[in-house]
Ligand binder design. Structure first.
Ligand code: PLP
Length: 443
């Protein structure tokens, strides 16, 4: 059985328990058209077959994985209530669960106090962080590495803040000399450090960035949407570890529970070290926030209505898998990184491919051997398609000459190379490395 279905019985049981809480109410009719439901659901299931097999270890492409069963079940359970975590009127219990879950994430980063909440995803979380940054340093530049998620330059545009990209070194990390050159212009308000780039899983050198902050004061925002949870992993390289160990010194952090936190989509998280930034969110709403004097999460969030079910799913997952070093959740991340290192070694020993960067997290990037940049790119795309036809699903990513020129001995007939890329996000990937490596030899 590849789709886990056994746990659905527990959902039925939990629904009974939930219903007990409303047992005093007079009965009312709530019937469903079973035949109609069945017909439409079967049709939906047929349509959904047109997807890559994200749940299977041979899907080793983009950062996609199904949520853990506990998250799926808790989310569904909450759907019978459909709480809205905007105001306490809409989700009293689920708002409390959100506050608890978010405080645990803040604690994972070493923060006893914080301001923060869940939101739709990394994009909106980063937007809030940059909006707060822009409110504190109006008109000043936002800078992020050239490998940072494209969302930062776009969000700076949305917020009408100037943006500048900082060059990367040969490991796809922010280059500190390039950063200092930009800082010397004295017009930078915020530096965005990426803790795990989307393309290569590269971690910007936080100790060096923090050293520069002493000389050129700026606000530091950490985009840990992808990599944040890796702070729990016990098998990072020393320099990566040192960057994660300084994360608590950032002013704001974004992390995506819907990437590595085992959650369904629609679950990002933004955290601020200084709770007083909450005043920036201040607004007067004539029709909410009257049921309680306690904090309504809508008072510190740009989004209004938000899925309380996301909070219920995250809270339940963290109950089952607490965010502790050495715990089961941390071991899952460690296994992903172990898988990436194992595949890195196998590919490095193969004459048909070149590996590019030693994986810092669980993302691996490599290229097929060829003389010219254009041939390499073409071969990557061909391998991507032939692998997919044989049920091995990889991804591709383009890297510029500036990053690769000291790593690859190649004729640069174009300025970018399309590379093969694999996110080994599932703990089970480690058992499939041999199989994947063998398949790669055949293309
Ligand atoms: C995924 C990602 C984002 C965007 O987050 P979404 O959840 O897709 O909106 C931003 N930054 C980084 C580093 C990411 O990996």
């Amino acid at each position: 059985m590849s789709f886990e279905k056994q746990s659905l019985g527990i959902l039925r049981e939990a629904l009974g328990r939930l219903e007990e809480g409303f047992g005093d109410l007079p009965a009312f009719d709530s019937d469903a058209d079973m035949a109609g439901l069945r017909r439409v659901l079967m049709e939906a299931a047929d349509k959904l077959q047109d997807n890559y097999p994200y749940h299977h270890p041979l899907y080793a492409g983009q950062m996609l994985k199904p949520p853990h069963p506990v998250a799926r079940l808790a989310y569904m359970l909450a759907m019978w209530i459909n709480p809205n975590n905007h105001a306490l009127d809409g989700g009293r219990a689920s708002s409390a669960m959100e506050k608890e879950a978010v405080a645990d994430i803040a604690e994972m980063f070493g923060w006893d106090t914080h301001l923060g909440h869940l939101c739709g995803g990394g994009t909106i979380a980063n937007m809030e962080a940059l909006w707060v940054a822009g409110s504190l340093h109006p008109g000043k530049k936002i800078v992020a590495s050239a490998q940072a998620h494209y969302t930062h330059s776009r969000l700076a545009g949305v917020l009408h803040l100037p943006f500048q990209a900082v060059a990367c070194d040969g490991r796809a990390r922010m280059d500190l000399n390039a950063l200092e050159d930009v800082l010397k212009q004295r017009d930078v308000g915020t530096v965005v450090a990426t803790m795990g780039t989307t393309a290569a899983g590269a971690v910007d050198p936080l100790p060096g960035i923090l050293r520069l902050r002493e000389k050129y004061p700026f606000r530091l925002h950490a985009d840990a949407a992808y990599g944040g949870y890796f702070t729990l992993a016990g098998n990072l390289d020393e320099d990566t570890r040192q960057s994660f160990d300084r994360l608590s010194e950032a002013d704001s952090i974004v992390i995506d529970p819907h990437k590595h936190g085992l959650q369904p989509y629609g679950c990002g998280c933004v955290l601020f070290r200084d709770p007083s930034v909450g005043t920036i969110y201040k607004h007067d709403s004539p029709y909410t926030y009257f049921s309680s004097a306690d904090l309504h999460l809508g008072e510190i969030s740009l989004e209004c209505s938000r899925a309380g079910a996301s909070a219920v799913a995250l809270w339940s997952t963290m109950r089952m898998f607490p965010l502790v070093r050495g715990g089961q959740f941390a071991r899952g991340l460690e296994r992903g990184r172990q898988a990436a290192l194992m595949l890195f070694d196998k590919i490095a020993g193969c004459k048909d491919y070149f590996t590019l960067f030693r994986p810092e997290l669980d993302i691996l990037v490599w290229v097929p051997a060829a003389r010219r940049a254009s041939e390499m790119s073409l071969r990557s795309k061909k391998i991507f398609h032939s692998a997919a036809r044989r049920d091995l699903h990889l991804a591709v990513a383009g890297f510029p000459k500036e990053i690769l020129e000291n790593i690859l001995d190649v004729e640069w007939d174009r300025r970018e190379i399309t590379c093969l890329r694999s996110c080994l996000m599932k703990p089970g990937h480690v058992d499939w490395v041999d199989h994947i490596a063998k398949m790669l030899k055949d293309f």
